[in-house]
Design a protein around this ligand. Structure first.
Ligand code: SAH
Ligand code: DHB
Ligand code: MG
Length: 230
């Protein structure tokens, strides 16, 4: 028993160490500006679930956007505009960001958050079911970066659209692809089925080079990232 307790306290210490390291990296590299803080507060005030990406993930999306010299970015799933502000801020002044959102209440919050963050000149919300809106984007393609973060069952279909709306060198990122390891196991529900299929697709599709990066929720969740091969 004494041994169990010391093992437990060692595990707790390790968890704390990992959390502290993430906090240290966040404080150094992913400090939220007023626009981001404001978007979070407004979303919380409106009762939205707190399921936005982490600040580190936001900074990583900016990193990816700059790495591929993004002028046009597409997001699927806006929530309160938090990830959208990170992404829009990575664009040049003449860049364009489009985010797709099924919930009109969310979309209205996003519009207001974009205005207060000063990115309305380059950032736009379109309201509707993503699978209905994506076919309408073909004349605005290719997008340099596509970020998938909406409902999970259609993740493989979102990947099809992302590849269709991209160019060689475009980056496709998808949130929540690890899910404490469930992203690689036999799926127990529709949402996980979408994510498992997504991982299988990006791991084997010869048109992509991909991997999953555990950087969220104490390294138990994170992005899948893919580059469309030349
Ligand atoms: N990217 C956001 C979090 C998105 S949460 C951030 O990090 O800040 C997922 C969002 O996707 C929710 O707002 C939800 O309403 C939206 N959504 C769910 N199903 C959708 C669908 N079929 N089409 C478009 N948006 C959808
Ligand atoms: C959920 C959705 C997300 O996109 C996320 O990052 C975390 C949780 C959810 O639907 O529970
Ligand atoms: Mg997510």
């Amino acid at each position: 028993m004494a041994q169990d307790n010391s093992e437990l306290s060692e595990l707790r210490q390790q968890t704390k160490t990992r959390q502290t390291i993430l906090e240290m990296i966040t404080r150094k590299f992913a400090v939220e500006d007023e626009g981001l803080k404001d978007a979070l507060q407004a979303a919380k005030h409106a009762g939205l679930p707190e399921i936005q990406i982490s600040p580190l993930q936001g900074k990583f999306l900016q990193f990816l956007a700059v790495a591929c010299n993004a002028q046009s970015i597409l997001e699927i799933g806006s929530l309160g505009g938090y990830s959208g502000i990170w992404l829009a801020r990575a664009l040049p002044a003449n860049g364009h960001f489009i985010t797709l959102e099924i919930n009109p209440t969310h979309a209205e919050l996003v519009r207001n958050a974009f205005a207060r963050a000063g990115v309305s000149d380059r950032a736009e919300v379109r309201v509707g079911k993503a699978l209905d809106l994506l076919p309408l984007l073909e004349h605005e393609a290719p997008f340099d970066l596509i970020f998938i973060d909406a409902d999970k069952p259609p993740y493989p279909q979102y990947l099809d659209w992302a590849m269709r709306l991209s160019r060689p060198g475009s980056i496709i990122a998808a949130d929540n692809c690890i899910r404490n390891g469930k992203g690689f196991e036999e799926p127990q529900d529709e949402g996980m089925a979408g994510i498992v299929a997504y991982n299988n697709r990006i791991a084997t599709d010869p048109h992509l080079i991909s991997l999953d990066l555990a950087m969220d929720d104490d390294y138990t969740d994170g992005f899948a990232v893919s580059v469309v091969r030349p």
